[in-house]
Each structure stands twice: as structure tokens, then as C-alpha cells.
Design a protein around this ligand. Sequence first.
Ligand SMILES: [Zn+2]
Ligand SMILES: [Zn+2]
Length: 281
Amino acid sequence: MGRARAQGRFTSRTTTFFFAAFHVGAIVALFYFTWSALAVAVITYILAINVGIGMGYHRLLTHRGYKVPKWLEYTIAVCATLALEGGPIFWVATHRVHHQNSDHPGDPHTPREGTWWAHAGWILSGKAMHSETAILSRYAPDLAKDRFYVLLSKYHWIPLTTLGAVLLAIGGLPWLLWGIFLRVTLGLHATWLVNSATHLWGSRRFETRDDSRNNWWVALLTGGEGWHNNHHAHPVSARHGLAWYEVDPNYYGIWVLKTLGLAKQVKIAQFDPNDPKPAGA
Ligand SMILES: [Zn+2]
Ligand SMILES: [Zn+2]
């Protein structure tokens, strides 16, 4: 994987076309503002980016930082597909490769190969990875043997398309533009900033072997995913904000699930604040 591999194929015209269309839709949305459309955008953003990507694809499925009943795990994974970041097998495998090779050869999206590359370039030209099921499955064998995740990976666009049709039917064009086009576009950039900005700008609590940083404004946009140096140092920890001032809404969501008796075996990073060391060091 990495840049050479992705670019050895072709630039994905389909991916580029869809992302361009979503950006146009996002701009058009600004001319269709209503308060209810804004509320729809906020609710669907929280469901897709916080519950789906942050709590789900990332902390639950990639790193297994906590456990929930299967029905809830599947529901959270469906929420994640609403972010238009691909199916669970693609997302989880790519992210595990990122942790294995962070900012070294083989990292699918390191800013050492360019800021734009790390932000969006890797996904626009990396279409080949979506279909390389054999390679992806090697990094996500736990998901690849689960029929639900195989199906969801293949048809990951169906929940978002269905939601779009429902929003259009109930709230007309403003709900469709705000709940899908603008919301998805903002969510994509927020997630991509974790790959670009938090490997470039921010502070480092832990001396990790990568360039990861704790970036407060990316943390605000993503619900806590911006505490990325903490995360690279303690990848399995379900909690990324490790100081009281490091707000981590995605962890608060996991805490609520735990309080309700739904989340079990929630893993929290243990370290000495006076001598912070990465896990295993
Ligand atoms: Zn990273
Ligand atoms: Zn991670």
C-alpha cells in the first residue's frame, strides 16, 4: 500500500466525480437554509461522524477498545456508512495499515508525501484499494469472516441513499442538501483533517515513532479524534482525551453506553503524567 501502490493504478474518476458533486451540493445548500435543515444536518453529522466513524469504525471496529452486543455493533456500523467513507472492511483495514506504518513507507496517508495527499489525494487516487478485497481482508480478518460486514462493505452506499430519499420526501430540497450534501462534505473534511492536520500541527505528549499530534480544533470538529498523539501512543484506549481539558465527546458516548450496561471491557490508557510513555514502551 502507500502512495506508489495507489498511484500505480489510475486516478479514480468515479470517486473524484462524486466528491466534486458533493462539494457543489454543499455550496448550493447555503442558498436553501432553513432552521429545520440545520437541525437535520447536526443530527445526521452526530450519527455519522461521532457515533458512526469515531465510536464505531475507529474505536470499536478498528481498535476494539470496547465491546457491545452484536445488534448494536451492526447498527453503529450502518451509521458509519452515512459518512460516505466506504464500507467497514475498507475503512478498518486502511486504518490498521496506517497504525502499522504511521509516517513510514506503507502508510496510506502520511503528510510526509504531501499535505494534500494526506488530506484527500490518497483517497481520490486510491480507488484500487476499495476492490482489493483480498489485501484488505488480511488486515481485517475479524470483519471479513462476518457476512454482515461483507455485505455492508459491498452495499455501503445504500443506507446513505435511502436516508437521502427519506429526507427529500419529508423535508424537500433543503433537508436533502443540508442532511446529505453539506453534512457529508463537512464530515469528510473533518475526518481527513485527522490524517493531515493531526500529523502536522499540535503538541506531543508522547514520544511516538510517528508525527502524530494533539490538535484541539480537529478534536472539536471530530468529537475527540484530534487527540491523535494520545491515540497513536495508546491505540486501544477507547478514551482519546487524556487530560480534563481534552474534550472527547466520542468517549462520553462510549461512557453513556457503559453506564446503560451496553458497553463492556472499555479500555482506558494508563500512564504516568510525569513521565508519559507510549503503550508497551
Ligand atoms: Zn494517525
Ligand atoms: Zn486509530
